[in-house]
Structure formats: structure tokens, C-alpha cells
Design a protein around this ligand. Structure first.
Ligand code: HEM
Length: 453
């Protein structure tokens, strides 16, 4: 009897402690003790989580997987948190997963429009050489165009379209890696409850097997840095990021070889698949929307003509194109799960208290997919609400750097394609807009038709 009373008291006390903890966070769907809301989420399709829960709350709610993660699901909440209270939300989760997989990025060099244009030129040449334009999968052409820009910036060379097996292997391994992550709910659990990582078998499955696979993928970067160093002379003017980094190393104690490799790696990871995936969706949307494509081409031909490539200086005269690129980014909506933020102090959003050191998901996917203003535009400046690069202090580094590489790639890549080609669907083959179940929401491989303009 005493034992039963003791157990019941312990249980009640445990529940009391658990729900006292829960009461410190913004309200969300009721979590179960220990497991939280884990079984209410589809880990392979993280972008569906907010669709399920957000309508019941006012833009701020907490889910437990099993640790608390605060979701921000409307533009007002996102802005208040990431811009108005930017310092409070500028932390990244300071846990072992982050350290192992996403070490801080150090943007080292301004990225030149010329470099993007050279890559676009080679991409157009490669399209020109396609014999059967009735059945084209643009995936690898876009991968290479974007990959070459980053490759040249980091390592000083570009791949040829008929000799790029190394890059293809890297991309395929990376895609398999993110596919495996999406199939591993235990990864998310380890992320939110790092204490589990200390348990041998569980730790391996939650994190270490993914880390080991990532290390194998990183060998591409290690090899490239090595290869790049073969031609390095400390007195020469640096022609790529690796050389510039090496040259500064003797005078800056924060720079070392490990950091060089991880910086190059982060650059590749953050900048390659994101831009490629957006451009791949853009092609599919334009194939589907011939009227938009025609309007776009008309503006490109009117402002740029047909004899030279578009340049960033043309952009201010191309209002329709600017709007199309934004809408393509919104429709592509490629990040099913934003990078996690961490609160650096106790704070408040829309009147909801959020304690220090809380993980926060600024759900840009939900905001772009569901903001009612996109349905009834009225007179608001909707461009601000296309938050593909997120907002505030932690917004995408590829967007906020001086040369705004991501936007340059999207603008020049897209305008050059429609300037030179009609993108058409294939007869009897409807475009499939259902993304693959991963955190970067990629389209399925599919064919379109190209017709020279
Ligand atoms: C269309 C293409 C791209 C999209 C949609 C995109 C989107 C994003 C988003 C949503 C974030 C997270 C922001 C947050 O935590 O709130 C991010 C972070 C980041 N992006 Fe991009 N990105 C793109 C291209 C690029 C490119 C081309 C580069 C580099 C060349 C890049 C480098 C980075 C880096 C380094 C971070 C981490 C910044 C930090 O931790 O503070 N991205 N990006």
C-alpha cells in the first residue's frame, strides 16, 4: 500500500513538474509527458507540421519533440522576433549536433557578377548542344551552372559539362544524405534532446552515423582544398577563397586549416542545393504558366534585347521580372524546415513569453504558403512578405552579402534561360509539383521541352 502511494505521489509530482515546465512556453497542442508531441508530427514532411497546428494559434505555439521548440507562423511574429527583437533570437542551437554538422560560416570574399555570367554563358552553350530538345531534364545543367559559381569562388576552377563526375558524385551523396535525414525522426529527437546522444546505441543512430556520412561527403571539399593548395604561392594575388584565406592565416589566429575546410563546406551546403532547387522549380512553374513566361520574355527582350546577356544593372528596369522571381521563390518554398534559432535571453513575441535558450523555428515555409495576404493582395507591399531568405540578423548570408549572390544567380539564371529558350511541358506529361519528402523540398526529376527563341 505504502509503495503504491509512493509511486502515485512520484507520478503526480513528475506530472506537476512536467506541466509546470510546459506552462513556461507559449501554448500549443497538449504534449504527452516524456514523448511530447512526437507522434503528431511527420518528420519526413516537416513543412506539414505548421499546416496542422498553426490555424489553432495566433502565430506562436510550442511543440515538444520531446524538448520544446517554439514555432513562429505568421509574418508579424517573424518580424517582431527576428527583426525588432533580433538580438534575442540570434542564437543558433548551441548543442553538439550543430557543432558537428553546421559549424559557423565565414563569408570570405565578395562574389562577382562576372563569375555568375561566365557560368550562365557556359550553361547556355551546353543547352545549345543538347541534340534532343524534345526531352530535356534541366536538373544537371542547373546543378552545374550553380555549382561552378561556388566552385570557382572557392577553388578557382569550373567543371566542364562533359567532365564533371566529381561534382555529380558529391551532389548525389549529399542528396542521399538529406533523404536519409528525412527518414530519421531520431535525428530531430537528438537535436532537441541532446542528452540522448550520450547513450551509446541511441547516440549513434540519432547523430553519429549521419555525422560519419557527412564526413565522407566532405572529402570532396577536403580534396578540393588540397588540390587548390598545390598551385598556391603566398606572394601571388589570390584568385580564389582558399588562396585568400591561406594568405591571411599567418596574421589571424582565428584562421586554421580545419576552419578553412568547414567554411568551404558550409558555403557549398548552404549555397548549392538551395539555389539549384529554386531554379529547378522556376523552370517547372514557367513550363506550366506560358502566359507568365511570355510576359517575362517580352520584358527581357525589351530591356536587354537578344544579343547580349542580362546584367544586374538591367534589373531596376524589369519590374515584371522582379515580381516573377519573387513569386517563383514563394511558390518554390524550398525549405520545409528553417535553420533553428535559439533565444539568447528571456523574451516576448506577440505577448507570449519565451524563456532563454529555447529553440525557435521561424517557419518561413508556412508564412509563404499560407499568408492570407498573398490570396487577397490589396495594397500591401507583398515583396516584404516573401521571406525565402528569412529575416533579421540570421537571414541567409548568400542574400545579405554585398553582392547578394543568391539573388544574382536567380535573376541572371532565369532571365538568360527565357531570353534564349521557350520552356514547354511535354505533350501528355503533366508537371508534377509534389516535392520529394526532404527538408530541402526538391522537385522530382522530370522532362520538359526546349525551343530556341
Ligand atoms: C535561393 C537560394 C537560397 C535560399 C532560399 C536561402 C535561404 C536561407 C535561409 C532561409 C537561411 C536561414 C535563415 C535563418 O536562420 O533564419 C539561410 C542561411 C544561410 N545561407 Fe542561404 N539561401 C540561399 C542561397 C544561399 C547562397 C547562394 C549562399 C552562399 C553563397 C547561402 C549561404 C547561407 C549561409 C552561410 C547561411 C547561414 C547564416 C547564419 O548562420 O547566420 N545561401 N539561407
Amino acid at each position: 500500500m505504502l509503495l503504491l502511494i509512493g509511486l502515485a505521489t512520484a507520478l503526480i509530482y513528475g506530472l506537476y513538474r512536467y506541466y509546470t515546465m510546459v506552462s513556461r512556453y507559449p501554448r500549443g497542442p497538449m504534449p504527452w509527458p516524456i514523448i511530447g508531441n512526437m507522434f503528431q508530427q511527420d518528420f519526413a514532411r516537416q513543412h506539414l507540421t505548421s499546416i496542422k497546428f498553426a490555424p489553432s494559434f495566433d502565430g506562436v505555439f510550442t511543440l515538444y519533440t520531446p524538448g520544446p521548440v517554439v514555432y513562429l507562423t505568421d509574418y508579424v511574429a517573424l518580424r517582431e522576433a527576428f527583426v525588432e527583437r533580433g538580438d534575442d533570437f540570434a542564437g543558433r542551437p548551441d548543442n553538439i549536433v550543430m557543432e558537428e554538422l553546421l559549424i559557423d560560416f565565414g563569408m570570405g570574399k565578395n562574389l562577382m557578377e562576372e563569375q555568375v555570367l561566365s557560368s550562365v554563358r557556359e550553361y547556355l552553350d551546353a543547352l545549345d548542344k543538347i541534340e534532343n530538345k524534345e526531352k530535356v531534364d534541366l536538373c544537371w545543367y542547373i546543378q552545374l551552372m550553380v555549382g561552378n559559381i561556388i566552385n570557382e569562388t572557392l577553388f578557382g576552377y569550373r567543371y566542364k559539362y562533359d567532365d564533371c563526375a566529381q561534382l555529380i558524385n558529391y551532389v548525389e551523396d549529399f542528396q542521399k544524405w538529406i533523404g536519409d535525414l528525412a527518414k530519421s525522426p531520431e535525428f530531430v529527437v537528438g537535436f532537441v534532446a541532446p542528452v540522448l546522444l550520450k547513450i551509446p546505441f541511441i547516440g549513434y543512430h540519432c547523430l553519429y552515423k549521419h555525422r560519419d556520412n557527412m564526413r565522407k561527403i566532405c572529402q570532396y571539399i577536403v580534396d578540393n582544398v588540397q588540390r587548390c593548395m598545390d598551385g598556391y604561392k603566398s606572394d601571388d594575388e589570390p584568385t580564389c577563397f582558399v588562396h585568400a584565406y591561406k594568405q591571411r592565416m599567418p596574421n589571424n589566429s582565428f584562421l586554421d586549416d580545419d576552419n578553412l575546410v568547414s567554411t568551404c563546406n558550409d558555403f557549398f551546403l548552404a549555397g548549392h542545393e538551395t539555389t539549384t532547387t529554386t531554379l529547378r522549380w522556376a523552370v517547372l512553374h514557367l513550363a506550366m504558366n506560358q502566359e507568365t513566361q511570355e510576359n517575362l520574355r517580352r520584358e527581357v527582350h525589351a530591356v536587354v534585347g537578344r544579343d547580349r546577356l542580362p546584367r544586374m544593372a538591367d534589373k531596376s528596369k524589369m519590374i515584371y521580372t522582379q515580381a516573377t522571381v519573387l513569386e517563383v521563390q514563394r511558390m518554390a518554398n524550398i525549405l520545409g524546415l528553417n535553420l533553428a534559432h535559439r533565444t539568447t535571453r528571456d523574451t516576448v513575441v506577440k505577448g507570449h513569453r519565451i524563456p532563454k535558450d529555447t529553440m525557435v523555428n521561424g517557419d518561413i515555409h508556412y508564412v509563404m504558403a499560407r499568408d492570407p495576404h498573398f490570396v487577397n493582395p490589396e495594397r500591401l507591399d507583398l515583396a516584404d512578405r516573401v521571406v525565402a531568405f528569412s529575416l533579421g540578423k540570421r537571414a541567409c548570408a548568400g542574400e545579405v552579402t554585398v553582392y547578394s549572390l543568391a539573388r544574382v544567380e536567380l535573376f541572371l539564371g532565369l532571365t538568360a534561360t527565357v531570353q534564349n529558350y521557350h520552356i514547354l511541358p511535354r505533350d501528355g506529361e503533366p508537371i508534377d509539383f509534389e516535392p520529394l519528402p526532404m527538408n530541402i523540398l526538391q522537385p522530382k526529376d522530370q522532362y520538359i521541352r526546349l525551343e530556341k527563341v
